[in-house]
Design a protein around this ligand. Structure first.
Ligand code: ADP
Length: 167
């Protein structure tokens, strides 16, 4: 499994699935969630309404509609609340569940945003360490169809952290 980092807008990524940092309703929100729904078109929320939401740390797959990516895997990151409310293990669970679902669907390439590091307030350096460690461990321990995991950073701080920690 190859891990790469880039900076930009995840809605432009031509991969098998882009990951959405959604909220538990799955009915859209701000940040990357809003950008994905705008780019995918209204069919996305129509499909999301049939899913009955998603628990923190879990993930659910939909079509990508007008996106270049054929699938979106929606995951719900934890809201940072000091770090003693299982936030690190819930964030790790998001990355694992996405890769499990991608593997079940035989997908080869997945692009992740920096889950929970925007509105949900997870400290960026900690989140980066957890993301890289969880994805690397998954690649080592699980049989998976996923050959390429791309971390798509939006802000400069995340981009710098991912470049440093991936090196
Ligand atoms: P959360 O509620 O999980 O914190 P946010 O959408 O607020 O979700 O932020 C998650 C990350 O997504 C942040 O690092 C933010 O900078 C980034 N982000 C926002 N818009 C985009 C986009 N179009 N493409 C990729 N990443 C984005």
């Amino acid at each position: 499994m190859k891990l790469t980092v880039s900076q930009g807008d995840i809605t432009k990524c031509k991969v098998d699935a882009i990951v959405n940092a959604a909220n538990s309703s799955l009915l859209g929100g701000g940040g990357v969630d809003g950008a994905i729904h705008r780019a995918a078109g209204p069919e996305l929320v129509t499909e999301c309404r049939t899913l009955n939401g998603c628990q923190t740390g879990d993930a659910k797959l939909t079509g990508g509609y007008r996106l270049p990516a054929p699938y979106v895997i929606h995951t719900v990151g934890p809201v940072w609340n000091g770090g003693k409310n299982r936030e690190p293990e819930l964030l790790a669970s998001c990355y694992r569940r996405v890769l499990e679902i991608a593997s079940e669907r035989a997908l080869k390439s997945v692009a992740f945003p920096n889950i929970s590091t925007g509105i949900y307030g997870f400290p960026k350096e900690k989140a980066c360490t957890i993301a890289l460690e969880t994805v690397r461990n998954f690649g080592k321990q699980q049989q998976t169809s996923v050959e390429h995991v791309q971390f798509v950073c939006f802000d400069d701080e995340n981009y710098r952290l991912y470049q440093q920690q991936l090196a």
